[in-house]
Design a protein around this ligand. Structure first.
Ligand SMILES: Cc1cc2nc3c(=O)[nH]c(=O)nc-3n(C[C@H](O)[C@H](O)[C@H](O)COP(=O)(O)OP(=O)(O)OC[C@H]3O[C@@H](n4cnc5c(N)ncnc54)[C@H](O)[C@@H]3O)c2cc1C
Length: 416
């Protein structure tokens, strides 16, 4: 079934009785060439690219819950490629380019909206740092603009410009950045992967790996043993727990990140804004809710809910930046489990177990990476070679000291 305006019109005439489920619900086969553990955005995008680009015919995705139950359905939907370091910038720019054509590729409306992101500047040192970042962005074609105070005021006159502690001095703008509907993304990839023959096995938990002579032979699951020539793990916040079943200890800590949505308001925030003097980022959904978030909770946890100190801190930051939201009512909030790596950058690599591959360490930033991560992981799984923009994302870089410390915070996962 192909989606089009004509199809919507025709369905409207016959009472919407002709729509079909977006993907099948198959029984697991005894064996696949490639099994992906984790049906989040990254796992599903990987399966799509394996089938579409690398012509792999026997692929399955194994998901312990339902599609969209993890971070892919919990994030604040921001996509951008405003990175600084050479190990990161080209990869995230590749992702941005894939976002720009995703809806046509998948024939699915993921509500990709390039409404721009504005990173606010509050100090002279921050302006220097953002000028450098903007130059790095130009090198990979990501595009960037440095705005002065009046340039920011023209866009958002109601921001708190003269806050004595955090005066706004300008901003770094990436106009191609924006938002996408997060569950639309996973549904779009799932539909397209299913159409290309991928088996999506929902409500099927991987409970162990069968490994013999240092080589993976398949996975134990709640629906029985499934053989596989290669296994790719993309389980985000559950990485340490799942890889432990293969006897591997990960350079990852798990933390909760919370997100918030307000009641619906008239249009106020056209794009995405990030506060430069505290951890706070905000956009407005098409339904009118202000969607915002801040820092992770400061302790390790596998709970998909957070605690009140971070709520207070996020709301304080929001009030410092935009006092006019003070009377807005909070509608709901939730949490997701983050796989925080030691340097804040991801891992897409082989593991010491032959045939077992890892995609992890996405920290706060994995939604924007979804298409590129899927493409790069599929490349590695299919060809056994890293994709050109993802060569720095090695698992052993922590032992070798080749960190990709985008934030400059050192080996301190809760600070990235
Ligand atoms: C509140 C919040 C806000 C965020 N905001 C942004 C943002 O604005 N921009 C951005 O770029 N990023 C953001 N992120 C980060 C981003 O959502 C994640 O980095 C990214 O979604 C992780 O990859 P994923 O989609 O594959 O993860 P997930 O959707 O979590 O997928 C992993 C899947 O693995 C499954 N799984 C786990 N264990 C097993 C098992 N044993 N067997 C089978 N399946 C298993 C899980 O059920 C889950 O569905 C945010 C995250 C959160 C929580």
């Amino acid at each position: 079934m192909k989606f089009s305006g004509l199809k919507v019109f025709a369905e409207a005439l016959k009472g919407h009785t002709g729509w079909k489920p977006l993907w099948r619900n198959p029984e697991p086969k005894a064996e696949y060439d490639i099994v992906i553990v984790g049906g989040g955005g990254h796992g599903m995008a990987t399966a799509y690219f394996l089938a579409e680009t690398f012509r792999e015919a026997r692929v399955a995705v194994i998901e312990k819950g339902w599609l969209g139950s993890g971070n892919i359905g919990r994030n604040t939907t921001i996509i951008r490629s405003n990175y600084l370091l050479p190990g990161n910038q080209p990869f995230y720019e590749m992702s941005m380019k894939l976002w720009e054509k995703m809806e046509q590729d998948l024939n699915f409306n993921a509500m990709v909206s390039q409404r721009g992101i504005l990173n606010l500047i509050h100090t002279d040192a921050q302006r220097d740092a953002y000028r450098r970042r903007g130059n790095a962005m130009h090198l990979s074609g990501a595009g960037a603009e440095l705005l002065d105070r009046e340039g920011v005021r023209a866009m958002y006159p109601w921001l708190n410009f003269d806050n004595a502690r955090f005066p706004i001095k300008g901003g770094l703008m990436q106009r191609r950045a924006g938002t996408a509907r997060h569950d639309g993304v996973i549904w779009g990839y799932a539909r397209a992967a299913d159409q290309r023959g991928v088996d999506i096995l929902q409500n099927c938990e991987v409970t162990g790996f069968r490994i013999e002579g240092g080589r993976v032979l398949g996975v134990e699951t709640s629906k029985g043993y499934i053989g596989a020539k290669k296994v790719g793990v993309a389980v985000a916040g559950s990485t340490s727990r799942v890889m432990q079943m293969a006897g591997l200890r990960m350079p990852i800590e798990s933390h909760v990140l919370q997100a918030f949505v307000s009641e619906g308001l008239k249009p106020l925030v056209d794009g995405v804004i990030t506060f430069g003097a505290g951890h706070f980022y905000i956009s407005q959904s098409d339904k009118g809710g202000l969607v915002f978030g801040g820092d992770i909770d400061g302790y390790n946890s596998y709970a998909q809910r957070g605690n009140l100190p971070v709520v207070e801190e996020v709301l304080e930051s929001g009030m410092a930046l935009m006092p006019r939201i003070g009377r807005t009512r909070l509608l709901r909030m939730w949490g997701g489990i983050m796989d925080m790596s030691m340097d804040g950058s991801p891992i897409i690599d082989h593991t010491p177990v032959q045939g077992l591959y890892l995609n992890a360490g996405w920290c706060y930033g994995g939604f924007k990476a979804t298409p590129a991560s899927g493409y790069a992981f599929a490349h590695l799984l299919s060809t056994d070679r890293p994709e050109a923009t993802a060569t720095a994302y090695r698992l052993d870089r922590f032992a070798r000291g080749h960190l990709i410390d985008e934030r400059g915070a050192g080996a301190q996962p809760n600070l990235h």
